[in-house]
Design a protein around this ligand. Structure first.
Ligand code: IPM
Ligand code: MG
Length: 359
């Protein structure tokens, strides 16, 4: 039976980059026998404009029914004045939480062709291959109580809650451990156990769960140090596992090691391997509509979709190879451009990947 992929372009550069990723999926369907059907729906600001909510019921229903979801990006200045409960970001957070996508995999790989695009020296980043596993449906992003209250004095007080259950820590550490087993067998758990009780517990649970994985070497690091180590000596890391918010921050940091955030895909998985796939970058409203955005993170997200939700490892590898082949030819979108390479548009980059797939 054919697999159903729900495509959610979203806002800003989302529709442009998703168009290129859809070309890649259509090519795999038409020329490589990949048995998929694609559906499209609204999310984020686009959905708010059309339906009054960033995650309309119709979109959520399609997402629940789909075998996998491919998302572009959400948000933009146009919707910033809205109440936080209906801002585009709520569409994304709602999908993550409603679909139970607790495990967010964010690989940071430096393609040798892009060593010069990193702001760090080539010897610091060359060969970089880190996997950040971010908890995605808990922590301070979802904790209650939350809000802004007015004190008796008339002053406002804002508050959010960092909360994790042992079971939530255990399951994300297991995902990270399973990944570490297939890689370099080293896992670094990142917390702030010296200050936050919640993450002190995180550390205890991580240590306990790790006992089931004797082959994996577990280490712990405070998040401030982890941020520093990521830019000082990033190659010391194999797999990292951390909370929702720390993972948000550290993955942006790791992204820049690779030259551009425009290169990094992600997978968000539930207990059964169903997933949503998206580039880790945002909607980049400053360059939206200009046809200059880098579609490679979204195309590489398709590779992750093939691998984790459709069990199509060979096709996934083929897409990744096609991206490398294209980089070898020296064409670059603006974000990864360096002198001596050729600057191209979003569309030219997407077409080049499709052509490389065919070759
Ligand atoms: C990300 C993004 C989101 C997050 C935003 C858009 C809500 O920054 O996926 O990293 O904070 O999780
Ligand atoms: Mg982020």
């Amino acid at each position: 039976m054919s697999k159903n992929i729900l495509v959610l372009p979203g806002d800003g550069i989302g529709p442009e980059i998703v168009t290129e990723a859809v070309k890649v999926m259509a090519c795999l369907r038409d020329e490589f026998g990949l048995d998929i059907e694609m559906d499209e729906a609204l999310v984020g600001g686009a959905a708010y404009d059309a339906a009054g909510h960033p995650l309309p019921e119709a979109t959520l229903t399609l997402a629940r029914e789909a075998d996998a979801v491919l998302l572009g990006a959400v948000g933009g200045p146009k919707w910033e004045p809205l109440d936080i409960s209906v801002r585009p970001e709520k569409g994304l957070l709602g999908l993550r939480s409603e679909l139970g996508l607790f495990a967010n995999l964010r690989p940071a790989i430096l393609y040798p062709q892009l060593a010069d695009a990193s702001t760090l020296r080539a010897e610091v980043v060359s060969g970089l291959d880190i996997m950040i596993v971010r908890e995605l449906t808990g922590g301070i992003y979802f904790g209650q109580p939350r809000g802004v209250r007015v004190l008796e004095s008339g002053e406002k007080e804002g508050f959010n809650t960092l909360v994790y259950r042992e079971s939530e820590v255990d399951r994300i550490v297991r995902v990270a451990m399973d990944i570490a087993m297939k890689r370099g067998k080293r896992l670094c758990s990142v917390d702030k156990a010296n200050v936050l009780e919640c993450t002190e517990m995180w550390r205890q649970v991580a240590t306990r769960t790790a006992a089931d994985y004797p082959e994996v070497e577990l280490s712990h690091m405070y998040v401030d140090n982890a941020a520093m180590q990521l830019v000082r000596a990033p190659k010391q890391f194999d797999v990292m596992v951390t909370t929702n918010m720390f993972g948000d921050i550290l993955s942006d940091c790791a992204a820049m090691l690779t030259g551009s955030i425009g290169m990094l895909p992600s997978a968000s998985l539930d207990e059964n391997g169903k997933g949503m796939y998206e580039p880790i970058h945002g909607s980049a409203p400053d360059i939206a509509g200009q046809g200059v955005a880098n579609p490679l993170a979204t195309i590489l997200s398709v590779a992750m979709l093939l691998r984790y939700s459709l069990n199509e490892d060979a096709l996934a590898a083929r897409v990744e190879q096609a991206v490398e082949q294209v980089l070898d030819t020296g064409i670059r979108t603006a974000d990864i451009y360096s002198p001596g390479t050729e600057k191209v548009s979003t569309e030219v980059m997407g077409d080049a990947v499709v052509n490389a797939l065919r070759s």
